[in-house]
Design a protein around this ligand. Structure first.
Ligand code: ADP
Ligand code: MG
Length: 246
């Protein structure tokens, strides 16, 4: 429902690294149940914006709203907000000495304080959702990259987040395992998960995004529905970026 409060709203967000302007007045929103894809050349500020969403990067100007409220500034409050956002990175960052099941249950057990039985039951449901029921007792090193990334997605979902943030989730994967991760993400989107996805997978963005934001040099050069961005880009810089992808 586009008229309701956005889950995430960026208003004129600015971020500096010393004298370097990484985000130069970025405004965009993510509506509940929608998928926002961030695309653009390397170094254009996509990851920086994604990381401002849960205050992994603190903004230097503008405003950022989560569920209609400005992001808090105290560490304790930020931690609470962060728990409501799932994050998936290019590098899966699983705990290597924990099994697949333990990787998924540790957050709910230690942070949410739910019972072991409930955490295990939740993890089993999620393993089924990502197609890894038979891997529950394996260690990450024994899984393919695509399988590890699906565990990372299940681990994030176990915290029952209100929004999922993905930063190039398939960029570190062998080509043959990319599709299985994108399929899991597509299914999540179909189920109504609110998602922000930094990606170079243009066919995914075209099929799954409700809204696409094109970055260049810390600025949004164009944003709109995928049909407009991919089929009728209005900005030269968007056309150039898309054509360079080949
Ligand atoms: P993208 O994800 O679009 O490739 P990033 O958001 O990672 O781009 O980076 C945007 C720009 O900010 C790049 O030029 C990058 O070098 C710079 N940058 C990112 N993080 C830092 C940092 N911690 N310190 C200094 N510069 C940074
Ligand atoms: Mg990046």
């Amino acid at each position: 429902n586009a008229s309701s409060t956005p889950v995430v709203e960026y208003r004129d967000v600015r971020k500096q690294y010393g004298n370097f302007t990484a985000l130069d007045g970025v405004s965009a929103r993510v509506n509940r149940g929608e998928v926002l894809c961030l695309i653009g050349p390397s170094g254009s500020g996509k990851s920086t914006l994604l990381r401002t969403t849960n205050a992994l990067e603190v903004i230097d100007g503008g405003q950022l709203y989560f569920d209609g409220h400005p992001l808090p500034s105290s560490k304790a409050e930020i931690r609470k907000v962060r728990q409501r956002m799932g994050m998936v990175f290019q590098s899966f960052e699983l705990f290597p000495h924990k099994t697949v099941l333990e990787n998924i249950t540790i957050g709910p057990l230690t942070v949410l304080g739910i019972s072991e039985a409930e955490a295990n039951a939740r993890a089993r449901v999620l393993l089924e959702k990502v197609g890894l029921t038979d891997k529950a007792d394996r260690y990450p090193a024994n899984l393919s990259g695509g399988q590890q990334q699906r565990v990372a997605i299940a681990r994030a979902l176990a915290m029952e987040p209100e929004v999922m943030l993905f930063d190039e989730p398939t960029s570190a994967l062998d080509p043959e395992t990319i599709g299985e991760v994108l399929n899991v993400m597509k299914r999540l989107a179909d189920e109504g998960m609110t998602m922000v996805v930094v990606t170079h997978e243009m066919s995914f963005a075209r099929r799954v995004a409700d809204w696409v934001v094109v970055f260049d040099h810390g600025k949004i050069v164009e944003q709109g529905p995928p049909a407009q961005i991919f089929d009728a880009p209005r900005e030269d810089r968007t056309r150039n970026f898309l054509s360079h992808l080949g």
